[in-house]
Design a protein around this ligand. Structure first.
Ligand code: PEP
Length: 251
């Protein structure tokens, strides 16, 4: 059985004070609410604070992006070994905001996936279609293309070392959530696509849903057979909301 994972994506939000308050709230409540694996993905500058506050707690942490390079003259980049040096367990790869605002191609995303694994991190690979793509009926083609780029660059066994997050772009930060059926359909498609290369990997890889998941809709989404947790943006910024989503992930 796949252990559910709930990962918060703080995006570019927070201050040292608000991060401290949020983490104290999460630490105080987490043991009571969930058997799921829980993580927060913080802006780079707060990762040291996150590490010192979460060390010894069951909550893991991670980054929101990683360089394809290990070190060197790459101004502004953060390398996988640097994230590992600060105790990161996860890193988000290919979030739609990075694909849209930073021009990240499928190939670059695949290189980042590989760089994350090389640094000993668990990549959370984001895939998902825009509203235009959904309305044109090409959701599966888009998701297949994004997945196949990583499968062909890294190999199916490496995909098995990561996590996949299905995040329909039209649902991110919009308050519009995919229905449980819409999400389940795409999750089943993703698992089926992986199964074409390896049934064992398809069975074991966790596929998270992301896109306006919140305390009200989380339980129904996470009750779907192929939804193994969530990648949570807005609702990860308040301890009570995030804890409520974590408790919906109990199996
Ligand atoms: C995200 O940024 O990955 C996300 C799912 O955001 P939100 O929950 O705010 O839609």
């Amino acid at each position: 059985m796949r252990q559910p994972l709930v990962a918060g994506n703080w995006k570019m939000n927070g201050s040292r004070a608000s991060v401290a308050e949020l983490l104290d709230g999460l630490k105080a409540g987490i043991d009571q609410v969930t058997t799921a694996e829980v993580a927060v993905c913080a802006p780079f500058v707060y990762i040291a604070d996150v590490q010192s506050r979460l060390d010894g707690s069951p909550i893991k942490w991670g980054g929101q992006d990683v360089s394809v390079h290990e070190a060197g003259a790459y101004t502004g980049e953060t390398a996988g070994p640097m994230l590992a040096d600060f105790g990161c367990h996860f890193v988000i790869i290919g979030h739609s905001e990075r694909r849209a605002y930073h021009g990240e191609s499928d190939d670059l995303v695949a290189q980042k996936f590989s760089a994350a694994l090389a640094a000993g991190l668990v990549p959370i690979l984001c895939v998902g279609e825009t509203l235009e793509e959904r309305e044109s009926g090409v959701t599966e083609q888009v998701v297949a293309r994004q997945l196949d780029a990583v499968i062909s660059a890294c190999g199916i066994d490496d995909i098995g070392k990561g996590v996949i997050a299905y995040e329909p772009v039209w649902a991110i930060g919009t308050g519009k959530t995919a229905t449980p059926e819409q999400a389940q359909d795409v999750h089943a498609f993703i698992r089926g696509r992986l199964a074409q290369s390896s049934g064992a990997v398809a069975d074991k890889v966790r596929v998270l849903y992301g896109g306006s998941m919140n305390p009200k809709n989380a339980a129904e989404l996470m009750a779907q057979p192929d939804i193994d947790g969530g990648l949570i943006g807005g609702a990860s910024l308040k301890a009570a909301d995030f804890l409520a989503v974590c408790s919906a992930a109990n199996r």
